[in-house]
Design a protein around this ligand. Structure first.
Ligand code: PRT
Ligand code: MG
Length: 213
């Protein structure tokens, strides 16, 4: 038998919605990755194994072929740039929007606009596309705080219900991107492991279509 396919997953909100999708496609981890401390988990059928990593590391593992496939948010993939990756399937889960947000009323910026974000590459491209030069401040979380304490004039962040923005007196002022979780595949693995990947892809596609119906 050929070696199992390696699938990169991250803990957190995408995993909660991914596990039922994988289970319905016949792929069930032998241990619950949410509870286990193991970083490599086999699947029951021995066809796959999971590597459990940080969300932002998923494209890196897959691009280098350390994992054949992975599941990551489009936000993470856009920030990575996607070199070396195929993105054959929108899983339609973990949906949200990426937006520019500011305090209300939106203050007129006094100087070059300062934008705080976890997504400097996306933010750079967003403003470059409108020929605006901005100062980008890289943060690792709690972006909503930045405008409240004068660190930034704007943030680029994800919004789902809008509750977090509202609770902090912020509002979305421009859309940046529609986000959902995507399956990504290493380009070489797509050729070398074509049959196994295709089988998994078809099963997942059927599940996604059913969930969307
Ligand atoms: O923990 P680690 O640093 O490894 O990664 P992470 O914190 O990015 O992981 P996780 O599990 O929190 O999120 C992973 C992915 O979930 C993201 O990359 C997105 O693709 C997706 N996702 C979907 C979201 C949201 N919806 C979301 N609402 N990720 C984050 N949020 C946050 C948002 O940043 C904001 O702080 O939720 C807050 C807004 O929610 P509302 O409902 O108040 O609007
Ligand atoms: Mg987190």
């Amino acid at each position: 038998m050929s070696r199992p396919l390696t699938l990169a997953l991250s803990k957190g909100r995408i995993l909660d919605e991914t596990l039922p999708l994988l289970a319905a496609a016949g792929v069930v981890p032998a241990e619950d990755p949410r509870a286990s401390r193991r970083l490599i988990i086999e699947d029951m059928a021995g066809e796959c194994r999971f590597v459990i990593i940080r969300a932002a590391d998923v494209p890196t593992y897959v691009a280098y072929g350390a994992a054949d496939l992975g599941i990551a948010g489009r936000d993470v993939l856009m920030e990575h740039g996607g070199a070396g990756l195929y993105e054959p399937l929108d899983l339609g889960i973990a949906r949200c929007r990426m937006v520019v947000a500011a305090t209300v009323p939106v203050p007129a910026p006094r100087r070059r606009l300062r934008v705080a974000t976890k997504y400097p590459a996306i933010t750079y491209r967003h403003y470059a596309a409108r020929s605006e030069q901005v100062e980008i401040i890289k943060l690792y979380g709690s972006m909503e705080l930045a405008p409240l304490v004068g660190l930034a004039d704007r943030i680029v962040d994800l919004v789902d219900t809008g509750r977090t923005l509202r609770a902090n007196g912020l509002e979305a002022i421009e859309p940046v991107a529609e986000i959902s979780a995507r399956l990504v595949v290493n380009r070489a693995a797509m050729k070398i492991r074509h049959a196994a990947i295709r089988t998994l892809l078809i099963r997942l596609q059927a599940q996604v279509a059913e969930a969307g119906a």
